[in-house]
Ligand binder design. Structure first.
Ligand code: ATP
Ligand code: MG
Length: 576
């Protein structure tokens, strides 16, 4: 990417104003001081995110603006979330849920999901949110692996649980939201229990190192891992939300992610509420017009979403944007996958806003590398390390590499929200620290001389073709610049002559048909943009590319299918 492509955003008045100065003087201890309870009796993130606000003028501020597919809307103030979650915590206590017990959530994005997660934290238990689209196998894997004691779900979703329940002897209780029928012995009605429960609940103060949630990774590269996080994470949640998402008092914020993915838990629950921000939750499928109507109706000011959604909005076209008043929007952020420069350019054209990419993982527990409103963006770059984060590019022996060199993206441990455990798998956990002194992220990247980080690929996805290392993202981004290409997934395909050749799977935009001429045209297009060795020698047109439920292209599935190998764990695969 050339320097001329740098985009400057308007200067910021609040939040992170001077990146360099803040980075130099940053101290996690100072952020911790924001939370008074660290110096008292113990902490609880639910106190800091919800209850604390009810003794301030935030009490009657709207915490949650909820809307579903059918246009049903509900609003909750911080006080009502406190009361509801107190009741729910009492329900959990009444069935014997204690500190450290795992309570899983298998719900659509209904208000009860958010209330339950707060309640689980209030009793010191560990929340395990799952995507509501999971099938019986995926549910069983996660409940078994984590030894879950209770689950909160709906009667409809419970049917899937019932298929595997006989294999889950440790699962004692099933709480059903919206149950109308007679219940089984181990089942309880959420509504009836809530009606009986007291509104007064004593907060369970815990140690900052006590567990808060367990989340299974997206499964992009293999079987999902149960990553465990603690209450202490709140320090990272709070400050990253403030400085990257740039949330301020008057904002109406919408994180489009489901809490079953780490983004939806950290930045769709904790981060914004720790900052006392009003947030929107939409319980429905992606639909460009619906999304725009939500922004218009609720006057959303800050949007946090993922590249796949942004690519879909782009595919829906420029005309539909004009039908809605999106003037409330002032900041857009993206995470989860590389953000193609083409999408940023398009965002500037249609929204008048530069989309800010940031990078993190379930394991890091909060944003690690980001583009900030106060810094210029280089389209295609993930940005710079968050203050307090030491990120570097290293080789396999731990030696730091110079500017521009591709290597392993690694972090120095010591930030508050680093995972504490891969549940029940010490060996897997230790693998992240196999290079002495570093937390190896499993991604490859490089850093330019301005300190910006550029994503190359998952370490396993990097293609070695005729001695050249090529990241799939680079090729995919060039492909989506072609007017006919809506989406692309790129893999290395074994080749006797070149080691690997680059193969691209392409989804065409509306109005385009696969043809030999188009294939050749796309290849020539890439040859002009990238180094000669980086063009896809093979192109296959597909109706869709396999993706995780959090919207990540599953290159391992493309590769396994191409090579006729087993596809591995498909629990997180999104089905159309
Ligand atoms: P699994 O570990 O099970 O294979 P996963 O790595 O996709 O799944 P997550 O923790 O949800 O699970 O995702 C983190 C990964 O997503 C990062 O390691 C990185 O590969 C990718 N990622 C996240 N944000 C970005 C970004 N801004 N640019 C490029 N890649 C990103
Ligand atoms: Mg991962």
């Amino acid at each position: 990417m050339e320097y001329k492509d740098i985009i400057y955003k308007t200067p910021v008045k609040e939040g992170l104003i001077n990146y360099e100065k803040t980075f130099e003087g940053f101290d996690w201890e100072e952020v911790k001081n924001h939370f008074k309870s660290f110096s008292n009796h113990g902490v609880n993130i639910a106190h800091e995110a919800i209850d604390r606000h009810t003794s301030t003028d935030h009490k009657d501020k709207v915490a949650l603006i909820w809307e579903d597919d059918d246009g049903v809307q509900k609003g909750y103030t911080f006080l009502s979330i406190k009361r509801q979650s107190d009741k729910c915590a009492n329900v959990l206590k009444s069935i014997g849920i204690e500190k450290g017990d795992r309570v899983f959530l298998f719900l659509p994005r209904v208000p009860e999901l958010y209330i339950s997660i707060i309640a689980i934290a209030k009793v010191g238990a560990v929340a395990g949110p799952m995507f509501s689209a999971f099938g019986p196998e995926a549910i069983m894997d996660r409940l078994l692996d984590s030894n879950a004691k209770a689950i909160i779900t709906t009667p409809e979703l419970n049917q899937r649980l019932n298929e595997v329940k006989d294999q889950l002897p440790m699962l004692k209780n099933v709480i059903l939201v919206g149950a109308k029928d007679i219940l089984n012995e181990d089942e309880l009605s959420y509504e009836s229990e809530m009606n009986k429960a007291s509104e007064v609940c004593k907060m369970r103060w815990v140690d900052p190192e006590d567990y808060l949630y367990i989340l299974y990774t997206s499964g992009t590269t293999g079987k999902p891992k149960g990553v465990t996080h603690v209450h202490n994470d709140m320090i990272s949640h709070y400050i990253t939300t403030k400085w990257v998402l740039d949330l301020q008092e008057e904002d109406v914020y919408w994180c489009t992610a489901d809490p079953g993915w780490v983004t939806g838990s950290v930045y769709g629950i904790w981060g914004p509420w720790l900052n006392g921000i009003s947030q929107v939750v939409y319980n429905g499928r992606f639909d460009a017009e619906k999304w725009y109507s939500i922004i218009e109706k609720h006057k959303v000011t800050v949007l946090y979403t993922a590249p796949t959604a942004l690519r879909m909005l782009m595919k829906a076209g420029d005309e539909v944007v004009k039908k809605y008043d999106l003037s409330s929007l002032r900041h857009i952020c993206s995470v989860g996958e590389p953000l193609n420069p083409e999408v940023i350019k398009w965002g500037i054209k249609v929204y008048g806003l530069a989309i800010h990419d940031n990078w993190w993982q379930t394991e890091t527990g909060s944003i690690m590398i980001a583009n900030y409103p106060c810094l210029p963006i280089k389209p295609g770059s993930m940005g710079k390390p968050f203050p307090g984060i030491c990120a570097s590019i290293i080789n396999s022996k731990g030696k730091e590499l110079s500017f521009g060199k591709h290597g392993l993206l690694a972090l120095k441990r010591g930030w508050p929200s680093m995972m504490r455990e891969i549940w029940g798998n010490r060996q897997k956990f230790d693998e992240y620290f196999r290079i002495s002194g570093w937390f190896a992220t499993g991604d490859t990247a490089y850093m330019d001389s301005d300190g910006y980080f550029w994503f190359v690929g998952r370490a396993d996805d990097v293609i070695n073709t005729a001695g050249h290392r090529v990241g799939p993202f680079e090729v995919e981004s060039a492909l989506v610049e072609h007017k006919a290409v809506a989406e692309a997934g790129v893999i290395g395909k074994p080749d006797t002559e070149r080691g690997e050749i680059i193969k691209a799977f392409i989804v065409l935009g509306q109005g385009y048909q696969p043809s030999e001429i188009l294939r050749k045209e796309i290849q020539d297009f890439i040859k002009k943009r990238l180094a000669a060795h980086a063009y896809p020698r093979e192109i296959e047109f597909l109706e869709s590319v396999p993706k995780t439920r959090s919207g990540k292209i599953m290159r391992r599935v493309l590769k396994a299918k191409e090579l006729g190998l087993p596809t591995g764990d498909l629990s997180t695969l999104e089905e159309d």
